[in-house]
Write a protein that binds this ligand. Sequence first.
Ligand code: ADP
Length: 406
Amino acid sequence: MQLYNDTSLDADTFFEQTAELSYQFYVTDSEGNGTFYGAPFRDQTLSSKAIEKVLGGTTYHGMANYPGQTFVTGFFSNELTNSIGVPVEINGEKHALFMRPNIEQQFNEIHILLAVLLVFTILLSMVLVLFSTRYIVKPIKDLTGATEKIAGGEYSIELKQNRKDEIGILARSFTSMSRQLEQVENMRQEFVSNVSHEIRTPLSSIKGYAKLLRSSSPSPEERDNYLQVIESESIRLSKLSRQLLTLAALDKDENITKSEPFTVAPILQNLLQQTRWLWESKGIAINLVASEVTYNGNEELLYQAFENLLTNSIKYTSAGGEISMTLREHQDGLRFTIQDNGNGISLEHQEKVFDRFYKVDTSRSQEKDSSGLGLSIVKKIITLHGGEIIVESELHKGSTFTVMLP
Ligand code: ADP
C-alpha cells in the first residue's frame, strides 16, 4: 500500500499497471462497488464478513487459512477467498483491497525459462556428443579399422599417437604391437623361405642322381658315387629336420623341463669318444681339461650344445689342426671354452653366426654339410639355462667359443 500512497497515479491506473506485473486485485468500497484488475479469479465469491473486517482495518489472511490438498497447496487456487485483504484509502474513502499473485502467468514465465534451459541443454548435449564422437569414438573406430587391417595381414598402420591419455597409450601400444607382428611375420616368411631353400638343394641332388641311375647304365664306380651322394644328401636332410624339430621344441618350451644335477666332465669325454672317427680321420689333435664339477641343468640339451660346438671346430679346422676344450668352475658359474686353430671368422660375421640359417661362406665346400642352424641351437640352449655364449675369432687363425653357465 505504501506504493499506492507514494504514487501520483489514480487508483484505476495504478492497479491496472501493477496487475500487469502478474497480480490479481479486487478493490471494493463499503457499498459493495468492487472492481477486478488483472486476470479474472476463477471463483469470485468472498464473504461480506471478510470485506467488512478489512474495511474495519483488519488484514484478511485468506491464503494462509486456505485448506491445502495432498500435493497442491492452497497457494495455487485461483479464488478470491484465496487472497490477502488489506484496508486501503482511495480518494479519502475506505476500501478493501484483496490481492494474490497471478501464479499461472508467473508459471508461464517459468515455462519460457524452462524451455530456454531445455533448448540450451539439448544444444549443449549435441555439442558434447559431437565432441565425444570426435575425441573418443573416432580413435576407437580407427583402432577397430587397424585391427581389421592386421587381421587381413596388413601391418603398416598409422594411428595418431600424440594424445597423452589412455587412448593415446592404447594407440602407441597398438602401433608397437603391429610393428612387432610385422617383424614376426617377416621372420616367419624368411624362416619358411630358408627352410625351403635348404630342403630344395639336397632334394634336387637326390632327384638328379636317382634319375641318372635309372636312365644311364653307369659303371659300378659311377653307381657307387651316385649312391654316395644320395646317401649323404639324405643324411643332410634328416639332420636338417632333426635340427628344425629341436629348434621348434626349444622355442615352444621356454622352461627346461628336465633340470637335474650332473657331472659335466664325463659327457665331454663321452662326446670325444663319439666323434673320434671324425677328428681322427682329419688328423686333428684334441686336448680336454675338465674339472670335476656338477651342474644343475638339462644334460641332454647341454650335450647337444657341446656337440654342435665341437663338430663345428672339427669341420672348420684343417687337417692336422688342434682343438682344446676346457671346463672350469668360476665365481659366476661354469665356464666352458673350445678353441681351434681353424678358419676363424671375420669380425663382421661374428655377431651373426648365432642367427638361424646364417652361414659365413655358402660357397665353401665344407659348408655343404652345413645348415646354419647349429650355433643358433647352441645359443638357444645356453640362453634357456640363463647362460651366455661369446665368440672371439681371427680369420685364418682360429676361433674360441666361451660358454658361461650360471
Ligand atoms: P652349421 O649348422 O652349418 O654348422 P652353425 O650355425 O653351427 O652352422 O655355424 C654358422 C657359421 O659359423 C658357419 O657357417 C661357419 O661359417 C661359422 N662357424 C661356426 N663355428 C666355426 C668355427 N669353429 N670356426 C670357423 N667358423 C665357424
